[in-house]
Design a protein around this ligand. Structure first.
Ligand code: GDP
Length: 445
């Protein structure tokens, strides 16, 4: 098993003391791990090197936020940069299929999933964009491949060009264009022949077909599991034929996705779709987010960081619960409760969820405790001194006047707040004293 990048980085940063910003040494240590992780994810060495150089420049001196560790911070920077590179600025959202019939040339090695992908894309265009699509196989060496496309066509309800034995690839391409024009098709997809390896004959043929077909899109289909080979294939096709984008297949397998990054960096062409299985619906537009997560060896860094924050909140809640059980409930506690409620979508919904609190929620509603009331209450608490918040019994007339004025509100409103705090302190005490820790259960609910 691969260790994931966040674990590795965690290891690096555990040895460091807490600092406000990432120093050059921290970043250098972390980048060794990042580079190893990239290489293990099948990113090519020059691409990994270049990537690390750019991330180093970004990470050095960047401030470490309190809620996450320096390791997570670096992972986040790496993640964001991965997305930036993978996404590119020039990737179009959809296939260019204006001026019907728009030719789409499908190229790639044999076994890459080219025929399957041709049919998947045709189905997508038909189902989602209501386009009339004609598919044609140009694989004159392999009658079985032509048959396969015809079978898939029947299965998905997309027309295929009738097979005429003895025609060359160029002849088929020409016939396909004519047929598409005459038949009023919106798109004509040309599934070119594949070879096991790239050779001159293949490239010559694809070039000739390209010149006849004048494709609006030339999509290279590559097997996402083949790593470095996939990058070499992409470079060859880009140099010899020119491609407008890449489709990575078998991304449902456990390939690590590094090929995507290399391919993007080396060819400069966007990845447009990913194949996620053998079924005809198993294709999706490329999402940089998902691949970035794969390369880093984890689902999603952002959710990881969020989880870290949640853990902090749980710890905070537990600390508060201990206080409540002792019947301690001062203005600080009330304020954090009110703030929690604001965050979690309003008072009533939260109290309604807690056993024993439903009645209180009703009372609160009756007392006009809407969200603007919660904001006013927080303003009143903020207007108190530290000592007053910790010990609300201190609040005599003169202090009350000062606090209310500070919040721009009436003393009557402050009195209501005090009453509420006392009631809540009582309730907490009762609940905390009950057998079986009713409060604990209530907080967990
Ligand atoms: P071609 O020789 O490049 O035309 O390759 P095919 O389209 O015949 O695909 C070869 C094999 O790969 C077939 O068994 C496909 O079902 C399978 N295949 C294609 N794309 C995917 C994919 O995204 N995921 C998986 N798991 N299998 C795929």
């Amino acid at each position: 098993m691969f260790e994931n990048l966040s674990d590795r980085l965690g290891g690096v940063f555990d040895r460091l003391t807490k600092q406000g910003a990432l120093t050059e040494d921290d970043v250098t240590a972390a980048m060794r791990e990042v580079r190893t992780a990239l290489l293990e994810a099948d990113v090519s060495l020059p691409v990994a090197r270049d990537f690390v150089k750019r991330v180093t420049a970004k990470a050095t001196g960047s401030a470490v936020t309190k809620s996450i560790t320096p390791g997570q911070q670096v992972v986040k920077i790496v993640h964001d940069e991965l997305i930036r590179v993978l996404q590119g600025e020039d990737a179009p959202d959809s296939l260019r299929i204006d001026n019907p019939p728009a030719p789409i040339l499908m190229v790639g090695l044999q076994g890459s999933g080219k025929t399957t992908t041709t049919a998947k894309l045709a189905k997508r265009l038909k189902d989602r964009e209501k386009k009339r699509v004609l598919m044609a196989s140009l694989d004159t060496n392999r009658p079985a491949a032509m048959e396969q496309l015809a079978i898939l066509g029947t299965q998905i309800g997309v027309d295929t060009l009738p097979i005429v034995p003895g025609e060359s690839a160029v002849q088929i391409a020409r016939r396909a264009r004519t047929q598409a024009s005459l038949g009023g098709y919106d798109v004509v997809m040309l599934d070119t022949a594949g070879r096991l390896h790239i050779d001159q004959v293949l490239m010559d043929e694809v070039q000739a077909v390209r010149d006849i077909a004048q494709p609006r899109e030339t999509l290279l289909v590559v097997d996402g599991l083949t790593g470095q080979d996939a990058v070499n294939v992409a470079t060859e096709f880009q140099d010899k034929v020119g491609i407008s984008g890449v489709v990575l297949t078998r991304m449902d397998g456990d390939g690590r996705g590094g090929a995507a990054l290399s391919m993007r960096a080396v060819t400069g062409k966007p990845i447009r779709f990913v194949g996620l299985g053998e079924k005809m619906d198993a294709i999706e537009p490329f999402e940089a987010n998902r691949i970035a997560g794969r390369i880093l060896g984890m689902g999603d860094i952002v959710s990881l960081v969020e989880k870290a924050q949640q853990t902090l909140e749980v710890e905070q809640a537990e600390r508060m619960m201990k206080r409540f059980q002792k019947g301690l409930f001062n203005m600080n506690d009330l304020r954090s409760q009110l703030e929690q409620m604001q965050k979690m979508g309003g008072m009533q919904s939260i109290m309604g969820m807690m056993p024993g609190m439903a009645k209180m929620a009703k009372q609160a509603e009756a007392a006009g405790m809407d969200d603007s009331a919660v904001r006013r209450q927080i303003a009143l608490i903020n207007s108190m001194t530290k000592r007053e918040r910790a010990n609300p019994d201190l609040l005599q007339a003169s202090r009350k006047k000062r606090i209310a004025a500070g919040a721009g509100l009436d003393v009557a409103e402050l009195n209501k707040l005090l009453k509420m705090q006392r009631q809540m302190a009582d309730t907490m005490k009762k609940l905390g004293g009950m057998k079986g820790g009713l409060l604990r259960q209530a907080m967990k609910a």
